[in-house]
Design a protein around this ligand. Structure first.
Ligand SMILES: [Zn+2]
Ligand SMILES: [Zn+2]
Length: 206
């Protein structure tokens, strides 16, 4: 069974998650605390990195992470790739970042439709969840969903940013609502919740 650890810092307010099982780990949204994470990971094998969407506050330390773990690849929606290398589309410039990350093409694994992939030790189900951005994706591993800025505890991601789309968001939320299992939701910001709790109390899922 997987074990999930969350790391958040005050500057981005974004959550970085470490998923671990049997000496293997996956990192979701390398936003912050990569040094802390590295210490915490220790000798365990890092199988890869999952990006929930192409906003800078969620991938801020991706370049650094990929340098630290040269055998790792980062999984992301193909539309998120454009944002990685565009300081305006990713809102990196809004965070005062002036440097486009140096990431080689072969370090990125792009997808554009729902699929299930084996990332090292882990089976990862990819859900395409446009709305907050056109590249928003959720990752399902066992009973956990890493929802990025698609779904929060009691709220959802805003749709007024670049490539946001309220109509698509509505459809995405309907799809999430129809999921059969009671998943634990690990969002891109704020605290974790469960799907059952959100269906009951999150007004955006009504
Ligand atoms: Zn976002
Ligand atoms: Zn965010």
């Amino acid at each position: 069974m997987i074990h999930v650890e969350s790391f958040c810092d005050d500057s981005t307010h974004a959550n970085t998650y470490l998923i671990e099982e049997e000496g293997h780990v996956i990192v979701v949204d390398p936003a912050n605390h990569i040094k802390v994470l590295q210490k915490y990971i220790g000798n365990r094998i890092v199988d890869g990195c999952l990006l929930t969407h192409g906003h800078y506050d969620h991938f801020r330390e991706l370049e650094h992470f990929l340098r630290l773990y040269p055998n790792c690849q980062c999984y992301l929606h193909k539309e998120a790739k454009r944002k990685l290398f565009d300081l305006n589309m990713s809102y990196a410039s809004a965070f005062g970042c002036k440097k486009i990350p140096e990431i080689e093409e072969n370090r990125l694994v792009l997808f554009s439709s729902a699929t299930k992939v084996k990332v090292g030790h882990f089976w990862v189900e990819i859900m395409i969840t446009p709305g907050h951005t056109n590249c928003s994706s959720m990752y399902v591993i066992e009973n956990a969903i890493f929802s990025g800025d698609t779904l929060f505890k009691g709220s959802v991601g805003r749709t007024d940013l670049w490539t946001g789309n309220p109509v698509q968001q509505k459809q995405t939320l309907q799809n999430i609502r129809s999921l059969k299992q009671n998943y634990i939701i690990y969002p891109g910001h704020d605290e974790a919740t469960t799907l059952a709790e959100e269906i009951q109390s999150n007004r955006y899922l009504k």
